[in-house]
Design a protein around this ligand. Structure first.
Ligand SMILES: CC(C)(COP(=O)(O)OP(=O)(O)OC[C@H]1O[C@@H](n2cnc3c(N)ncnc32)[C@H](O)[C@@H]1OP(=O)(O)O)[C@@H](O)C(=O)NCCC(=O)NCCS
Length: 305
């Protein structure tokens, strides 16, 4: 009898931490939806496929009550995200158990995160010594006809992959921006049935930017958009939005300092809103990125920029 009660109490209060499986993705997406992260099941699935060995869940009585992901990018650098516990199970150390599992996974690597505004001080206490730039999550409808494009922007936008752009070309360009090679991430992020990737090609045939849009029945997510100049980034944004239906809601994570963002917010003030802000933080050292070439990051759950 005593044993039965003890087992019952343990089952009610103790979650099991285990690797995420494809069958968990719907429940994980539902946890992120309750936080209004607007990730879409497609994005959650893509992140899982990028790194199943770094994706963990907390399970309690057969239900997913928490999740976390950690991506080892090389021997020195890693990135963490998707740290969430369902509201009714918070404060029971489940978050700490998930965090501990990720710490074991990343080892001694430097780790980057995007921290929600109210947690920046807590993360500093946890040892995230470096506070870097901020992004904001914007959501809404963007009227592309109001975007001012420079007339002298001589770029040709083409689909990826195509005979004009091979994977290695895109990978090389991405590494110039991101500085840490992320071949595995690019392979899953830039392709897939609900994904369109567009590449901007300059006058002499070189890549000068690229952008990605992911759409499923619930959400449309645009990111990253990288480009050598603001004109290239705006051209990519217009081309990506032209792939959606009229009046479609777009979700993006954009550096708060972006001048293009300010222009979009002014021109679309009744339809486009800033939902929340996050701060890029690192444990040991900052991973530099050329902010002036970044209009939107892929996802604050997936990488430094
Ligand atoms: C953050 C979160 C996963 C913690 O889960 P939890 O199971 O409640 O955490 P625990 O009970 O293990 O508490 C862990 C510690 O994290 C702290 N904490 C709580 N919320 C936090 C947050 N949003 N960011 C950082 N730390 C947080 C707690 O105060 C506690 O600190 P202590 O050890 O000094 O007491 C949970 O609050 C959550 O899902 N929040 C919403 C999503 C979110 O903000 N995720 C973090 C994105 S950066």
């Amino acid at each position: 009898m005593y044993h039965c009660i003890k087992t019952l109490v343990r089952n009610v209060t103790t979650a099991t931490i285990r690797h995420m499986r494809p069958a968990d993705l719907a429940e994980v997406t539902s946890l992120t939806e309750k936080e209004s992260w607007n990730l879409s099941q497609e994005v959650v699935r893509t992140l899982y496929e990028y790194c199943p060995e770094g994706s963990f869940i907390a399970e309690l009585q057969g239900k997913v009550v928490g999740a976390i992901m950690g991506f080892n990018m090389n021997e020195e650098e890693s990135f963490g995200g998707m740290w969430v516990v369902s509201k009714q199970h918070r404060g029971q150390r489940i978050g700490t158990m998930l965090l501990q599992r990720i710490k074991e996974h990343i080892g001694d690597r430097n780790i980057g995160i995007f921290s929600v505004a109210e947690s920046v001080e807590a993360h500093k206490r946890f040892g995230f010594t470096v506070e870097s730039w901020k992004i904001c999550h914007v959501s809404g409808i963007i009227a592309t006809e109001k975007i001012k494009l420079a007339e002298d922007c001589m770029v040709h936008v083409c689909a990826f992959p195509s005979r004009h752009v091979q994977f290695d070309d895109l990978f090389q360009y991405d590494t110039k921006i991101h500085s840490v090679e992320r071949e595995r991430f690019l392979r899953v992020w830039t392709q897939g049935k609900s994904t369109i990737t567009l590449v901007a090609i300059g006058r002499t045939g070189e890549i000068v930017g690229y952008g990605v849009i992911k759409r499923d029945s619930n959400d449309t997510v645009v990111g990253p958009i990288y480009g050598e100049t603001p004109s290239v980034m705006k051209t990519l944004l217009v081309s990506l939005i032209s792939k959606t239906t009229f009046g479609e809601n777009i979700n993006m994570s954009v550096p708060v300092e972006s001048e293009i963002l300010q222009e979009l917010l002014v021109e679309n003030k009744s339809t486009l809103k800033v939902l929340s802000e996050e701060t890029r933080m690192f444990f040991h050292h900052e991973v530099k990125a050329p902010l002036e070439k970044i209009f939107a990051i892929a996802s604050s759950e997936a990488g430094h920029c």
